[in-house]
Write a protein that binds this ligand. Structure first.
Ligand code: HMG
Ligand code: MG
Length: 303
């Protein structure tokens, strides 16, 4: 059955960062590069390649500089991004000539404190020089709002908490804000409430969704977002992922699961399905285990 064309959706790949940050065993730098190259080959428009956080806090990504330096000057560099928590992270990103960085702030005070060792007020101040420097250098800044659907320390949050942070980060200069269900507890009814609260403050064209799939509801939540006009969704190859400072957070929505659904429905993503499955196969080989993506398993079983 060929579906009616429904327009374009952007899938923002976070596997090499959000996926790998939680891995207990260190994935060698050359394997990370192989993974990113497979994702580039599959046509993912943007790939979050690593994170310039403190290596003591996220040992799995201690080689962020080496990973990003590998792509310095390459025609693909434009499609890579990296997380930065502060000015020190930004100076590392600048040395690697990264063209897009992402800052992150939590909708709850306690998650922010545990995640980056700062209150939100302190974090906003720390972000100011990042936005200024990036504006000067023509580097794009994306912003995440974490734990919008629920916080591991404070439980379910008022959707207006996430909306307020989103508005502030866009006002500071982010080109897009990605709303995170960091621990994957959201449900579709709640998702509608969250997006309605956010839409009161910012245009949904500048909003992305970043759903973890802990309880298997990430796709259902994305469907609500799609129906409400969201056109950018974060996903992680194979469903790799989790946040070490959010107990209970498991993998992100799998890129293959999201793209299989979007393509079947009639949305275009620009991603080549066969090459994406090849990237998933590469990821499973490098990780030495099966990954949680249902669509990856189904595609591999049928070829
Ligand atoms: P801190 O210990 O408070 O740092 O950590 P500090 O400013 O006090 O500095 C202490 C030392 O660390 C100094 O060195 C700094 O230079 C150094 P010294 O003078 O003692 O030799 N330092 C750094 N070194 C390398 N890179 C840096 C850096 N910054 C300071 N960037 C810090 C504060 C923010 C660094 C730390 O808390 C941290 O790295 N946190 C990151 C935690 C993290 O990555 N969490 C997961 C990502 S967020 C997420 O997963 C959610 C998301 O996926 C969306 C969703 O799912 O909702 C985005
Ligand atoms: Mg995440």
């Amino acid at each position: 059955m060929s579906a009616e064309p429904l327009g374009r959706v952007r899938v923002y790949e976070v596997g090499p960062r959000d996926g790998l940050q939680n891995e207990a065993t260190f994935i060698p730098t050359e394997d990370k590069i192989t993974l990113i190259e497979a994702l580039l080959e599959a046509g993912l428009p943007t790939i979050e390649a690593s994170s310039f956080v403190h290596p003591r806090w996220i040992p799995a990504l201690a080689d962020a500089d080496a990973v990003l330096n590998h792509f310095k000057g390459s025609p693909h560099a434009e499609r890579l991004s990296a997380l930065v928590p502060n000015e020190r992270g930004l100076s590392r990103a600048e040395a690697s000539e990264v063209r897009e960085v992402a800052v992150f702030m939590s909708a709850s005070e306690s998650h922010n404190q545990r995640n980056i060792n700062k209150s939100r007020a302190e974090a906003y101040s720390a972000f100011e020089p990042i936005f200024e420097s990036c504006a000067r250098r023509g580097v794009r800044v994306r912003a995440y709002v974490s734990v919008v659907w629920g916080c591991p320390y404070e439980g379910e949050l008022d959707p207006r908490a996430g909306a307020e942070v989103a508005e502030r980060l866009l006002g500071m200069g982010a080109y897009e804000v990605s709303l995170g269900d960091t621990i994957g507890v959201g449900n579709p009814v709640q998702t509608r409430r969250v997006l309605e609260a956010v839409a009161e403050r910012v245009p949904l064209e500048r909003v992305a969704m970043h759903m973890h799939d802990t309880w298997g509801r990430a796709l259902a939540n994305c469907l609500v977002g799609l129906e409400m006009g969201i056109r950018t969704f974060d996903a992680s190859l194979g469903g790799l992922g989790g946040c070490p400072y959010a107990p209970g957070a498991s993998g992100n929505l799998a890129t293959e699961d999201l793209i299989a659904m979007l393509h079947e429905m009639g949305y275009e993503t620009g991603v080549k399905w066969e090459s994406l499955i090849e990237a998933g196969r590469v990821a499973q080989r490098l990780m030495g285990r099966s990954l949680p993506s249902r669509a990856l398993a189904a595609a591999l079983a049928s070829c």
